[in-house]
Design a protein around this ligand. Structure first.
Ligand code: NDP
Length: 254
């Protein structure tokens, strides 16, 4: 185990599965203490059992709960040095059938939830010797996505938030960055496969192939590759990486 993040407290939203769980693993490898937040306690607890850390139930769409959960994290592991804003959801619908409820769910989780989490930690992050705020955005932050305009709008918004905070805090010890993955091998992609299969009547295998081929590499991104870049952004040596949107998409955005 390394020690480059020894004594640092990393809070990860959506830390029980997929990219969040991989970030937990990689940050643990660097010696960070972990607080893992999400709506379901069970996956958080199993990741906490593997990599150490505190599992805290929290729905990021509930601002009061976010504040209380961040206080619980502080009580367990001290002030927050590294905040990984990863919790997110995806849905799909043609725009003419998109409901206000679906729009509100996506924006409320992916964008307003991110705002609430950043707001709940900003005081700590600015006091930290090497404060780090990393947003898990998407290639959908960089271009339009047919049948997922709400998701793309939420992820574009996340980059606007990231860049503004990076500019606002450029003279402090805090850096603010985003990772922009292509399709990653996680439960979210499994759900997309199931949705495409249900809507189009294609087999799950064919639907997975179609989604996989949306990455230029023709393969899904390994969640560990995303966790690795998140951990790299958190290292003290990364203090001059600020305002970056790093694509990890097998060349899709090339
Ligand atoms: P997962 O579905 O495994 O991860 C999403 C995580 O967010 C879950 O742990 C979930 O836990 C948590 N979450 C969802 N809603 C809430 C909420 N309201 N409050 C708290 N936690 C919540 O998929 P990924 O790991 O792929 O997704 C992680 C991030 O990566 C998301 O922001 C996603 O948009 C982004 N991303 C994913 C890509 C992919 O291809 N998979 C591509 C590009 C970006 P729980 O349900 O227990 O709350």
């Amino acid at each position: 185990m390394g020690s480059r993040l020894e004594g640092r407290h990393a809070l990860i939203t959506g830390g029980g599965t997929g990219i969040g769980a991989s970030a937990a693993e990689q940050l643990n490898v660097e010696g960070a203490m972990l607080s893992l937040l999400g709506r379901r306690l069970d996956p958080l607890k199993s990741i906490a059992e593997c990599f150490g850390g505190t599992a805290i139930q929290c729905d990021v769409t509930d601002p009061e709960r976010v504040r209380a959960a961040f206080d619980e994290a502080r009580a367990a592991n001290g002030p927050i040095d590294l905040l990984i804003v990863n919790a997110g959801i995806a849905e799909s619908a043609p725009f003419h059938k998109m409901t206000r409820e679906s729009w509100d769910r996506i924006i409320g989780t992916n964008l307003t939830g991110a705002f609430e989490c950043a707001r709940a930690a900003i005081g700590d992050l600015l006091k930290s010797e090497n404060g780090r705020l990393v947003f898990v955005a998407s290639v959908a932050s960089l271009r339009g996505v047919p049948y997922a305009s709400h998701y793309a709008a939420s992820k574009h918004g996340l980059l606007g938030l990231m860049r503004s905070l990076a500019a606002e805090y450029a003279k402090t010890n805090l850096t603010v960055n985003a990772v922009c993955p292509g399709y990653v091998d996680t439960p979210m992609t499994d759900q997309s496969v199931a949705r495409v299969s249900e809507i189009t009547g294609r087999s799950e295998g064919d639907a997975r192939k179609a989604i996989t081929n949306m990455n230029a590499s023709g393969r899904l991104v390994d969640p560990e590759a995303i966790g690795n870049v998140i951990a790299m952004l958190c290292l003290p040596l990364s203090s001059d990486i600020n305002g970056a949107a790093i694509t990890i998409d097998g060349g899709t955005s090339a």
